[in-house]
Design a protein. Structure first.
Length: 322
């Protein structure tokens, strides 16, 4: 009998949809409830929600989104497995209702417990909890996994190189360190492209014209599509990976680098504990002092075994036991 598996997430960066595709490729009946796809019924409902948030301090949309999940499950019936990504975005009472629609309820944490705690959900709600954060796995007994390569590496062979280095990330506390790296690369006459993306991009770009605080960063309000991101990465030799505070897991940027066969310069010390560090294509920044050899590498490619180990097809086999 064909298994039925549901994925529930916001999928802000469009990574999660690939899990469904990988499951379907295995002949599994799988579908995705993308929480962010909830829409207001009409303009009146939108205005009412805004009024409630501003004057009453209550956001009805949060409840409606969770009811949207239940309604979607009602239309698709009982599932063999349900995976919720970043479960802290759903209230406990709704988790208990969602769990009634499945034989096995699983969670995957994209962020650390320090950044996105789920302490209120640790009392037996989930049958299994997976995390990419090694420290959280040790502390809370989560099952360790990682993020994954979500594309076919063969589709990105033989790229035309435009830049030596590239960084694409959100507008956050990492800007100062990213700009420091950009200033160093500029002094070395190395080509690079650094992008910081978010709703505050217009303000940062305007302010930068006068303060020149972040001279080497281009600010964008709109995200690149996933295809555009991979294309820009593929046109570069080295991906810059600067992690946020309280993160010890590996970002998707690392797995995009493995799939695209790119070098990595990162400040994430935990990467030295992964087998991919042995590939000699990853350099760890140990302090804020940059050196020319931080951007020089002794290997040309990751092994096919590593690419297979960290590919999504292997990931779904591990998490869903299929």
């Amino acid at each position: 009998m064909v298994q039925k598996i549901c994925i529930i997430s916001f999928d802000h960066w469009n990574y999660d949809k690939h899990i469904v595709t990988a499951l379907q490729a295995k002949g599994i009946d799988s579908f995705h409830i993308k929480i962010g796809e909830f829409k207001y019924k009409n303009i009146g409902e939108r205005i009412g929600n805004t009024f409630s948030k501003v004057f009453l301090g209550i956001n009805p949309k949060l409840k409606k989104r969770q009811e949207f999940i239940l309604k979607s499950l009602q239309g698709n019936g009982i599932q063999d497995q349900i995976l919720v990504i970043n479960p802290e975005l759903i209230d406990k009472e709704y988790h208990l209702e969602i769990k009634k629609f499945t034989h096995k309820y699983i969670a995957y944490l994209y962020d650390s417990m320090q950044r996105c705690p789920i302490d209120h959900l640790l009392d037996g709600i989930f049958d299994e909890i997976y995390s990419f954060d090694k420290d959280d796995c040790k502390t809370f007994g989560f099952q360790e996994t990682s993020n994954y390569i979500y594309f076919n590496p063969k589709e990105y062979d033989n790229p035309t190189i435009v830049n030596e280095c590239i960084y694409i990330g959100s507008i956050d506390e990492r800007l100062e360190q990213v700009d420091q790296i950009g200033q160093f690369l500029k002094s070395q006459n190395r080509t690079f492209a650094f992008y910081a993306i978010g709703k505050k991009a217009t303000w940062y770009a305007f302010k930068n014209r006068f303060t020149h605080q972040y001279k080497t960063i281009t600010f964008r309000r709109n995200r690149f599509t996933q295809k555009e991101t991979l294309q820009k990465y593929n046109e570069s030799k080295t991906l810059i990976d600067i992690v946020r505070k309280n993160q010890t897991g590996l970002s998707f940027r690392i797995f995009e680098a493995i799939g695209l066969n790119k070098n990595v310069v990162t400040n994430n010390a935990i990467i030295a504990n992964y087998d991919i560090f042995e590939s000699k294509k990853i350099n760890l920044l140990k302090d804020e002092t940059l050196h020319s050899n931080d951007f020089e590498f002794t290997s040309n490619e990751y092994s096919s075994d590593l690419q297979h180990k960290y590919h999504l097809t292997t990931w779904v086999e591990k998490v869903f036991k299929v």
